[in-house]
Ligand binder design. Structure first.
Ligand SMILES: NC(=O)c1ccc[n+]([C@@H]2O[C@H](COP(=O)([O-])OP(=O)(O)OC[C@H]3O[C@@H](n4cnc5c(N)ncnc54)[C@H](OP(=O)(O)O)[C@@H]3O)[C@@H](O)[C@H]2O)c1
Length: 421
């Protein structure tokens, strides 16, 4: 039995927390801590009213930007593991606090700074762009730099247990373990066929989401990064459960870890589907400066344009009751088995309306929150106990694949899929 401290109480957290309660054989106690404690209290009340879980829930207020507040909370609550489902901005402060308190750490997204104009960070970023050849604001270097410290402390920092990254890394490890001697190419396809009926909304935190999709794309090929303009590479794919969709090549964080951890891989690409209307709205907002993270003065007050935009857009958590349709996310692998060429597609289809019926959330939060619980459970129960900063493809995929089936994200394997050119 174990005690978990969950930090953050937004869209993804709300699913992870409810799934933790479904897994009360592993988690007998949970503290939900966030900036706005009333959200934690409301979720605790909702779960307790259902009366189906024996997990004992408490709540707390914490500013996760402050290591001192985090260490105080961790020292008083004494969890076995901390699940960070706040924002990527808080990754390093929460890792610092976990190290100070001797507690395992789990998250769903790699570090990125809130202020990308901050001079010290900016100089390091520009050096990294020149040396590595991709310009995304996020990369693993900040968190991988904690590896030796987590190892020395005998602790695990499990990095990126959402769907992508997360399940996509586990699918890769599973393909390598059961279907291939060597994987040569990986195409990660992320399709959201959901319709929420709004002209424009993002499926998870707008600031993080819009930063990601308005950036340059990139992929890994023959040992180096190839960078593309935003939305430069477009393909069509016919997704089971959704139908034909346009998809665009994006930079994505698991490309970096898979390139490091999958021996012999020659190419890794990531595609996400977008409708034309979404792209037109985004381009327009970008052109007028609304996606900027640089503060401006407005009527004597400093505002950050993208944060102001976030206040105007529908709260991703409110999309649940309106969203119809399915997601289909998975990976197409090519490689060699017993000297012969082979192609395998592993994917999950998730229905927005069914997610809402079960937990009151849409499928984007659901497909991230379920894997967040699974990774946390495997670390808490010691099934995954590799020390240091660990990406999911480095671990045995079988227990995770089994839990995906048991906790709402069943997967399929197609050994004769259509590939992407
Ligand atoms: N790997 C994947 O597949 C995947 C997919 C989607 C999202 N994600 C990641 O999942 C995480 C959560 O996303 P989301 O859509 O759930 O975001 P969200 O709805 O905006 O929720 C973020 C939560 O973090 C809290 N928070 C923010 N700053 C905080 C601080 N300084 N101290 C304490 N709490 C703080 C927020 O508190 P307030 O309520 O006060 O705002 C909110 O409860 C993000 O890191 C995102 O990148 C991963």
């Amino acid at each position: 039995m174990s005690k978990v401290l969950v930090i953050g109480c937004g869209g993804v957290a709300s699913v992870a927390i409810q799934k933790i309660c479904q897994n009360d054989k592993v988690f007998d106690e949970m503290c939900i801590a966030s900036r706005t404690v009333s959200k934690c209290d409301a979720l605790k009340e909702k779960i307790e009213k259902q009366g189906v879980s024996s997990t004992k829930i408490t709540t707390a207020k914490v500013d996760a930007d402050k290591v001192s507040e985090l260490t105080e909370l961790i020292k008083s609550y004494k969890p076995d593991v901390v699940l960070n489902v706040a924002l990527p901005y808080q990754d390093l402060t929460i890792m610092d606090a976990c190290l100070e308190c001797g507690v395992n750490y789990v998250d769903t997204a790699n570090y990125e700074p809130e202020d990308i104009e901050e001079p010290v960070w900016r100089a390091a970023y520009e050096k990294r762009c020149r040396e590595k050849g991709f310009t995304a604001y996020f990369d693993y270097s900040y968190q991988w730099a904690y590896d030796e410290r987590f190892k020395a402390a005998g602790l695990t920092a499990l990095l990126g247990t959402g769907f992508d990254p997360g399940v996509t890394s586990v699918f890769t490890a599973y393909a390598l373990k059961h279907y291939f001697d060597e994987i040569h190419t990986i195409d990660i396809l992320d399709c959201n066929g959901g319709d929420h009926g709004y002209p424009f909304a993002t499926n998870f935190n707008p600031e993080i989401n819009l930063r990601e999709v308005s950036a340059n794309g990139s992929y890994w090929e023959n040992g180096h990064w190839v960078e593309t303009k935003p939305m430069e590479i477009k393909r069509e794919y016919n997704f089971e459960g959704v139908g034909m969709k346009d998809m665009y090549l994006l930079h994505h964080e698991e490309i970096e870890s898979l390139a490091k951890n999958i021996p012999g891989v020659k190419r890794i690409r990531f595609f996400m589907t977008f409708g034309q209307s979404y792209l037109t709205h985004m381009k327009c907002l970008e052109n007028v400066g609304m996606l900027s993270t640089t503060p401006i003065m407005y009527e004597g007050r400093e505002i950050v344009p993208i944060q102001f935009l976030k206040a105007l857009l529908p709260d991703p958590a409110s999309l649940g009751p309106r969203t119809k349709g399915k997601t289909n996310i998975g990976c197409i692998f090519t490689g060699i088995k017993d000297g012969k060429e082979k192609t395998v597609y592993i994917y999950n289809i998730c229905d927005h309306e069914e997610c809402y019926k079960e937990l009151g959330s849409q499928a984007i939060s659901y497909t991230t929150g379920v894997p967040a619980m699974i990774g946390t459970a495997l670390v808490a129960s010691g099934v995954w106990n590799k020390k240091g900063c660990v990406n999911l493809e480095e671990l045995d995929p079988d227990p995770y694949m089994d839990m995906l089936n048991r906790f709402g994200l069943p997967w399929k394997v197609d050994e004769n899929p259509v590939t992407v050119d």
